[in-house]
Structure formats: C-alpha cells, structure tokens
Design a protein around this ligand. Structure first.
Ligand code: SF4
Ligand code: SF4
Length: 401
C-alpha cells in the first residue's frame, strides 16, 4: 500500500487525504495503480493540467497545493467515466474531483458563470435565476389540469419532482408537457410541488457547493413532508441521483424512480396505447446520471423499442462508455470557460457520433441534453436533419397525444 509523503510534517496534502478517508470508499485512493486509465478515458483529460491520475500522484508526493493552482479542475464534468473504468474502484468523481472543487470554491477560484449559477441557486432556489412563482407555468392549459399539491391539499399516489430545466427552460417545457400527457393517458394519480419545489442541488454539490446542496435539499425535504404521497418520480437523472443517494443522509428518504424506470414497469399498459408508427432510426444517449451513476441502461431502450416503426441504433460510445453531453457537475454553467480551454464541445462530439450511427433522431432522457444537443446540431455541418427528442416526446407522438 502506498501512502502520502508526509515526512516533512503536516501539509495540505495530508489534510486533503484525511478528508477523503472520511468519504465513502475514500480510502481506496491509496490503492491507485497509476495506470493512467482514468486520465485516458476522461473526455477533457487532454486539457487538464492534473487529470485524475496526476492528481493522485501529486497527493502522494505531498504537493497537492500545485493542483489547486491550476484552474483546469473546472474541466471536469463529473461524468463518472473515470470512476467506471478504474480497476481499483476508486470513487474518483464522487470523492477526489468533488473534494478538489470544494477546495477551489473555498479559495474563491471559481469561473464567473458558475459563480452566477450558484448565487442564483442560493437566492432563487434554482440556477436559472427564475422566480419560484413561475415554476409551474409550463403546466398551464394541460387537460386534465395538473394537481399542484399546495392548492389541492389532497393525497396523491405519485409526487412528480419536475426539476429546474423542465420547469423553466422553454425547449424542455415541451418535454414536461409531453410527459404530463403520457401520465394522464395512463390514468396516473400524480401531483407536483410547483412553487414549493426548488433545485435538487446535485449539480451544485458536484461543483463543490455542498453547503448550498444541503440548503436546497432541506428546503425540498420540508416541502415533501407537508404532503401525502407514496413515491417520487422525476424527469431529471440529476434529481434522481440526489434523491436516491444523497438526500437519505440528510434524513429525507422516499422511494424514487426516474420516469423511464417508472414507465418501463408499466409497459403492458403503455404498449396498446402506442398506436402510431414513428418510422425513424433512433439512437439513445445514455445520461451519465442514469447510466454510469445508477445502472439504468435497459429501461430507456425498452421504451424506445416498444414504439412501432422505430429502429434503435447504437452510437460508438454507448451504455457504460457513453460520452458525456458536457452538462453535468456544473458543466451546464461552465460552457464559456470550457470552450476557451478546449475549443470544442462534448455535445458536438456526441452529435457527430449520432450522425455516424446513421440516426435520424437523437433520443435523450435528461433535461440538460435537449438544449445542448440541439445547439450542437446547429454547429455540426454533417448533422443535417438530425432531430433531438426526449423519450417522453417520442412516446407522446406514438400515443397521438
Ligand atoms: S484508473 Fe484508478 S488505478 Fe488507474 S490511475 Fe486512475 S485512479 Fe489510479
Ligand atoms: S468525472 Fe469525467 S470529466 Fe471528471 S475527471 Fe472523471 S472522467 Fe474526467
């Protein structure tokens, strides 16, 4: 077993090591083989001064302060690719990268666009800086009307945790409306928190703002406690990840599923409603926080395969090796910074892969991805007529809703 060089007395590296030891499986960092696989698989590893394996080498050498002098840690999009591939099963994304970002925040070394998103999250309860009062506006006009728990004051079977982008982003609204129509067609008894819902906080946590994450989680936890429901379903893999793995440590514990998981369990009920053919070659982009972080690979594909006329094709990077859209872990709020460093966008790489797979439609199941891939498709010449759609939109189309 290799240990940190602490022969010159207490150092920053030593205290950083100690803090990692306190995290789940954090001690495994000492089993690093220095194989470099993590750095090789990292989509932005080539522009990082200290990709994961070099960070660990710096930690061992007792010079971790050098890592924090570089700002390229902000190229990490928390995609879990390094964690997935590490032969020593070191929690690189959850422990090493997130702790390093926490130190950067403490030192005040934060790109301005990320700082703005964090301040908006603190002030308004969402990174877009929108008013909480507008959180349910997307649902206006849907029939039957969507139950807002604070108004209806009645128990529901399912609490739909909608999420930030599905609530506020004009393009992602369409996905929320499609999913609401699918839920209604299935006769589900569901409601939303509307103005009482705030950001799940997971991306803020992964960007190093643990305190802000806890504040947002506790606010959501208090809202959950006001109502009666049996389970939570969410349209956002980041919210799913937070509610499943992070909220329980704060005493906020409810059964939770991503909507693709929830609907797959109702395929028998759903299939007879999928009457209209969608004659297209569709490729599915595995979101990092549905796939690598939570192992849900088959459910989205089962839903797509149930649509008549649809042919599923796979991209080169698929399932465990899926290529991040670039939006996770704060990446959504670091586009300008990352463009300056890398002069490329991960979303554009992914659009090229969808084209190479011969797809007409790039299907997604994460609200970050829709606007990212649509923007990327406009920038990639060979994207031609490639369309980006959420699985919920494709289901609604096949159900003629
Ligand atoms: S992949 Fe794992 S074992 Fe290999 S260098 Fe990275 S952290 Fe170390
Ligand atoms: S989580 Fe993704 S972006 Fe971050 S270091 Fe690991 S592979 Fe690179």
């Amino acid at each position: 077993m290799v240990t940190a060089n602490v022969s010159q007395g207490p150092s920053f590296s030593e205290s950083f090591y100690t803090s990692l030891n306190e995290m789940a499986n954090g001690r495994r960092i000492r089993t690093c083989l220095q194989c470099g696989t993590c750095s090789g698989v990292c989509p932005f590893g080539y522009v990082m001064d200290f990709p994961p394996s070099r960070m660990i080498a710096a930690l061992r050498a007792g010079v971790f302060d050098k890592v924090l002098k570089s700002d390229t840690i902000w190229m990490c999009v928390s995609c879990y690719a390094c964690t997935e591939i590490c032969p020593s099963q070191i929690p690189l994304t959850a422990a090493l990268m997130t702790r390093a970002k926490e130190e950067m925040l403490l030192a005040g070394k934060v790109p301005a666009e990320l700082q703005d998103a964090l301040e908006s999250s603190q002030r308004y309860g969402n990174p877009l800086g929108e008013s909480p009062r507008k959180r349910a506006l997307w649902a206006k006009g849907i029939e039957p009307e969507i139950t807002i728990l604070g108004k209806a004051k009645q128990p529901v079977d399912v609490l739909w945790f909608v999420g930030d982008y599905p609530s506020y982003h004009p393009r992602v609204h369409l996905t929320s409306r499609a999913l609401a129509r699918v839920f209604n067609a299935l006769g589900m008894d569901f409601g939303i928190l509307g103005p009482e819902e705030c950001s799940d906080g997971d991306s803020q946590r992964l960007a190093g703002e643990r305190g802000l994450f806890e504040l947002l989680a506790e606010k959501n936890g208090r809202a959950f406690a006001r109502y009666e429901f049996n389970e939570i379903v969410t349209s956002d893999p980041h919210a799913f990840n937070a509610l499943k793995h992070e909220y329980p440590a704060l005493g906020i514990s409810y059964p939770v599923r991503h909507y693709t998981e929830f609907l797959t369990e109702r395929l028998d009920q759903l299939k007879p409603l999928l009457r209209k053919e969608v004659p297209a070659r569709v490729t599915f982009h595995d979101p990092c926080y549905l796939g690598r972080a939570n192992g849900l690979y088959e459910e989205p594909r089962a839903l797509l395969s149930a649509i008549p006329g649809l042919k599923l094709v796979e991209m080169y990077h698929t399932r465990e090796t899926s290529l991040c859209c670039g939006g996770g872990g704060g990446g959504m709020w670091l586009d300008g910074f990352q463009w300056k460093k890398a002069h490329t966008r991960l979303s554009e790489w992914r659009v090229r892969e969808a084209v190479a797979a011969g797809a007409d439609i790039l299907a997604v199941a994460c609200p970050y991805e829709l606007p990212r891939f649509e923007d990327a498709a406009k920038m990639v010449k060979e994207a031609g007529q490639l369309i980006v759609k959420d699985i919920a939109e494709l289901l609604a189309e096949a159900m003629e809703l």
